[in-house]
Ligand binder design. Structure first.
Ligand code: ZN
Length: 152
């Protein structure tokens, strides 16, 4: 499929670059496995998952992702597919940097979502955030400037 073979690598690189810029690194390999259907460990609507015991990220193929129809209330496209991979690799890198065990689900998701939104192209980020209801925050922090370190 034209244009999709590099998405997992670029999505993973987005997470490595973003989190590395904030001092979160890993010296161990993270395996990214692209498969048609996720294992039973993932929720049925999930597009990817990270299994720490295997140090592996599992993501659906782009074809399976696109077939799902929507992601974050937008049509499943190549940019959002790359963001799924960034999110899951964000989980993997964060997992290697938590100093509390086990970290809460909220802490894990916070790092993965900050990584995903901070690396998502502005146009897509704006469109996704417009789909999420809420009053927002009073202060405007730059999502890409300083995520809280997961080990703090
Ligand atoms: Zn997640």
């Amino acid at each position: 499929m034209r244009g999709t073979r590099g998405r997992p690598v670029r999505g993973a690189a987005d997470a490595v670059t973003f989190l590395g810029g904030h001092g979160l690194k890993t010296s161990e390999p993270i395996h990214v496995r692209v498969i048609d259907e996720l294992r039973r460990a993932a929720r049925p609507q999930a597009q990817g998952c990270y299994l720490h015991r295997e140090r592996s990220v599992y993501v659906r193929t782009f074809r399976a992702f696109r077939r799902s129809g929507n992601f974050l209330h937008l049509p499943a496209d190549r940019v959002l597919y790359r963001s799924v991979i960034t999110h899951e690799v964000g989980h993997a890198i964060a997992a290697c940097n938590f100093s509390v065990a086990p970290p809460t689900l909220q802490a894990q998701e916070y790092i993965a979502y900050v990584t995903m939104f901070a690396t998502m192209p502005e146009k897509h980020r704006q469109r996704v955030l417009q789909q999420i209801p809420g009053a927002g925050f009073r202060c405007h922090a730059n999502a890409g400037s300083s995520p809280a370190a997961p080990n703090n």
